[in-house]
Design a protein around this ligand. Sequence first.
Ligand code: FAD
Ligand code: SF4
Length: 331
Amino acid sequence: MRPVSYSRATDVADAIAIVSADPDSAFLAGGTTEVDLMRLNVVRPGLLVDINPLPLDQIEELPDGGLRIGALARMSDVAEAPGVVERFPVIAQALVLGASPQLRDMASMGGNMLQRVRCNYFRDARSACNKREPGSGCAALEGVNRGHAILGTSKHCIATHPSDVAVALVALDAVVHIQGSHGERVIPLDDFFLLPRDTPHIEHPLEHGELIVAIEIPAQPVARRSLYLKVRDRESYEFALASAAVALRVDDGVIGDVRLALGGVGTKPWRARRAEELLVGEPAERASFARVAREELAPAVPRAMNEFKVELAQRTIVRALETAAATGGQR
Ligand SMILES: Cc1cc2nc3c(=O)[nH]c(=O)nc-3n(C[C@H](O)[C@H](O)[C@H](O)COP(=O)(O)OP(=O)(O)OC[C@H]3O[C@@H](n4cnc5c(N)ncnc54)[C@H](O)[C@@H]3O)c2cc1C
Ligand code: SF4
């Protein structure tokens, strides 16, 4: 058994100072990832700094039509906020389709961005895993890789990014506000999630002690007509095999504006920029959707057990776009 110390931060500066000063420490928000992984002996912080007393749980509609979500806002509160449901339905839907009601009541938005991969070899401290132990190898490459990624993979890691709401946020050009001992910085969420390349253990650009304080989504009229489609082995309490976050504007049958991102298939929430480029100006019909879905998945690199995801991801894109075009995102 390993002893763990616990400290409750009193304000943002205090939280940053305590964690920055101790390389063996970690922030604790809802604990639904951190405590889980401590029990599995995958992470071993000597000090947990509880950030729940910090005033970071606001969900604010900004005067310009944007939205600011505090890092400690709970998934369930964000999913139910009227400004989110009405103006950014894709975010509300992605949240409700994730985890379970009990988990969503505990889990924070900041913690969601930093949740770790669900790869079984990562979560088994005895398996080879470059993400957990750099240089040890990747047991998933030739192992059980049915749930693993087909986009953005490297020969060092093929784990899928697990978050649903991050897919919706990346589709809508969200940015993340970070505070550290050297001040504040703002990073587009799409740049925040790093590809595994040669360094799968580096998942984001945060320095030790830097705190996510908020996530901001710019004003996006197109987001009113948006939805999240999640395909998984069972209809609740399960991670995505493939998912799509879509926002769409159709003018007289022609696509005027579109945002598209994929989950369950990428090593990071996958902004489908190629598909977006090809869709604008095309008729809003199945043939266009199928064509761009094929293009987006062309670079896919499947492994022995997850080849089905190439077709599944394409079908998910087509169905999400068809539904958004037909219903305006309301399901
Ligand atoms: C059984 C199960 C099923 C799940 N299913 C889904 C699902 O379908 N879809 C989905 O998207 N998610 C799913 N999740 C993941 C869940 O959403 C995350 O565990 C949760 O969002 C993490 O938030 P938390 O507040 O509990 O984070 P914590 O566990 O407290 O922290 C997670 C990590 O983030 C760090 N951290 C937390 N807050 C901050 C901050 N503000 N700044 C800097 N670092 C911080 C912590 O140090 C830790 O490293 C599931 C989880 C479980 C256990
Ligand atoms: S896929 Fe990534 S997380 Fe899984 S075993 Fe390989 S290196 Fe580890």
